[in-house]
Design a protein around this ligand. Sequence first.
Ligand code: NAD
Ligand code: MG
Length: 392
Amino acid sequence: MKPLALTVLGATGSIGENTLDVVARHPERYKVVALAAHRQADKLFEQCRRFAPAYAVLADAADAAALEARLRAAGVATTVLSGPDALVEVATLAEVDGVVAAIVGAAGLPSALAAARAGKRVMLANKEALVVAGRLFMQAARDGGATLLPIDSEHSAIFQSLPAGFAGDLDAAGVDKLVLTASGGPFRTWSAAKLAEASPDDACRHPNWVMGRKISVDSASLMNKGLEVIEAHWLFGAPPSRIEVLVHPQSVIHSMVQYRDGSIVAQLGSPDMRTPIAYALSWPERIAAGVAPLDFTTLSSLTFEAPDLTRFPCLRLAFAALEQGGDAPAVLNAANEVAVAAFLDGRIGFTDIPRLVDGALSGLDLAASVDLDSLLDKDAAARRWVGRRIAS
Ligand code: NAD
Ligand code: MG
């Protein structure tokens, strides 16, 4: 069998590292052609030494030149490119079969979209790409003949719980509802007053998952679940009324599909991203992922509760943005990215995040953009809007 030739975008992140961990377990199945990161040159250097890709990418040209020189000195022939265009270039190389899209935020949209348009096997962790440009993205995947496979654990669970060959028609598949589970994050039991005082470190202390800082804050605010509702809408053709969010603090059930005959099919497992990553890499087959199976005898209990939309308004805002349509999800995402970065920098409080996102949604024109450029202009306008509110 010819190995699957891979580009990993966001290789140095939490998803990127987990991807390389799974890939390294199966050297006969996967060949790494390109690794892309933003600024973490040291980590990328180690990854290039280990996987010897033909290409690597960093944001900055001087950093790229320095990395290439270091690699040459270490006897590694990797060509190091730089800048956003290089991300698109390595995502669309003719010799690449599959692209793991694991850049964080809307910054990952152009490269993921290009991979879809080029008909690659797109293994999508970068949920923001679908939130910002779901319609364009799904159209690009169809036009390009891409295979789109979710890495986000909830969407992988739903994908695994839907009938094989599901083609986007819930009614034809006998599905009533998609049930997205949420851990509830580190602030699940915090009072509204305490939330206003929450620090970045508090927010990044997730009970079940170790993740990048942006998604950790999103998990704490439940914006992550809101982004996932929008992601599920596009991936599975589900209207918001057929997507339910259920808080399940143990993160054992990763999500469920409720069928019209009363059956509910769920996917369970240890909270380890290598399982959904391995499934995206190997689908329709299954490969070892280094994940220990669940030991049911040590699980004390599985509990469930409804999400609290008063303490966690981000989830309500995301549902509303999906209902509203047009550019509302793109504005929601951009405003959230700027607000989360400011929160992580200590410039605003945790409860300012939903306040700013709500403000941007009321303050900006939400009419649908027709193409990627106008959508990115809207994204930029939302970033400026929130940036001004934070500065003043
Ligand atoms: P991370 O912060 O750990 O890693 C982000 C990666 O993207 C890094 O390699 C970084 O160098 C790169 N990057 C950041 N900005 C970039 C830019 N402007 N241009 C190019 N590269 C850039 O994040 P993560 O936790 O791995 O999350 C990545 C994506 O996967 C996010 O969209 C997140 O929502 C999604 N996701 C993550 C998890 C998880 O468990 N970590 C689970 C589900 C979905
Ligand atoms: Mg998830």
